[in-house]
Ligand binder design. Structure first.
Ligand code: COA
Ligand code: MG
Length: 292
């Protein structure tokens, strides 16, 4: 089971072949790191990247950052060796590309068990193909070892023969299916990347949209994107102030035997109080992470 309270605002991809980046990540303020063996690594560098990434994970030094290894698909010539090496290295999670069925994850879980993977290593799934999106509900329920959906919007746009638009209308149904499936089964769910890594305003808008939809955070491709993303996915002071007052107002109403409070001209029911408490807990978890 994944700890949903753990902040996953910024989830940075880094090419596993770049030793310098693997080192640099130890001081970057990303909540999670995806050390990539798949698309960010050329076929010539696959074996070296596997060695670099697994050594880096074994050595550690990433502090409170969640460390995830993205392996190549098991239908490629590198996948099985990646999976065996990742199990031995023991990251927080192993990210499987292009997941399209629950059976795929059941098979991977069995293989991880065979490799004596430590039980804390979860499976994370890339949701990035039309078939994967259509099967999101059954994939989310495949195994308790599954912890998170990562949206792969670049692959999805490619497979749909669609276009990247600012408000992402062409992929919004797919995002929604993954969000519903993830929430229904207690998974974390992280939005796709924003490609124009020098465009901070565009990134901010994309983060705001993702946050509004219910994503826990966003995948990133460049360190320059971390700060904007962390900021958008952290509750701001106004939201926290409102949450505190909602919790207080609801408590006072309950003490007086009432089920509904009124605050600033709006009703506060138990569900609003619960959401407010969740927001306050999230802010506290972020504070603890940043102090670590
Ligand atoms: N993670 C960690 N460090 C990174 C990084 C990343 N994703 N991207 C860049 N850096 C580092 C560089 O190594 C460089 O470090 P240095 O100053 O110590 O040399 C510094 O940040 C500045 O890099 P910059 O010159 O601005 O970027 P670049 O032109 O070298 O690379 C990209 C640009 C997009 C190619 C690169 O950011 C990248 O490969 N991103 C990840 C892509 C990926 O993983 N894709 C797969 C999933 S979509
Ligand atoms: Mg992909």
């Amino acid at each position: 089971m994944i700890d949903l309270n753990r902040p996953r605002r910024s989830v940075l991809y880094m090419p596993g072949s770049k030793e310098r980046a693997l080192e640099k990540a130890k001081s970057l303020p990303a909540d999670a790191l995806i050390l990539d063996l798949e698309d960010a690594v050329t076929p010539y560098e696959k074996a070296n990247a596997r060695h670099l990434v697994c050594s880096a994970v074994r050595e550690g030094g990433y502090g409170p950052r969640e460390v995830v290894i993205r392996i190549n698909g098991l239908d490629t010539q590198w996948g099985q060796e990646d999976l065996a090496a990742a199990c031995a290295a023991g990251p927080d999670a192993i990210l499987i590309p292009k997941v399209e069925s629950a059976q795929q994850l059941v098979d991977i879980e069995r293989t991880m068990h065979m490799h004596r993977s430590r039980p804390e290593t979860l499976i994370w799934a890339m949701m990035e193909t039309p078939l994967g999106m259509l099967n999101a509900a059954s994939i989310a329920a495949a195994t308790p070892r599954l912890g998170c959906f990562i949206l792969g919007t670049n692959d999805l746009v490619k497979d749909l023969n669609a276009e990247h638009t600012p408000m992402r209308e062409p992929v919004i149904t797919a995002l929604g299916l993954c969000l519903l499936a993830a929430k229904a089964h207690g998974l974390a769910v992280i939005d796709g990347v924003y490609n124009a890594f020098k465009d901070a305003n565009g990134l901010r808008e994309s983060c705001i949209q993702g946050r509004a939809m219910g994503f826990d955070g966003k995948t990133l491709i460049h360190p320059a994107q971390i700060e904007v993303c962390n900021h958008v996915f952290s509750p701001d002071e106004a939201a926290l102030d409102l949450a505190r007052r909602q919790v207080d107002a609801f408590r006072e109403a309950s003490d007086r035997g009432k089920g509904i409070a009124v605050l600033d001209g709006q009703i506060v029911e138990n569900l609003h109080a619960a959401a407010a408490e969740r927001l306050l807990a999230k802010a506290e978890a972020i504070r603890e992470l940043e102090a670590a």
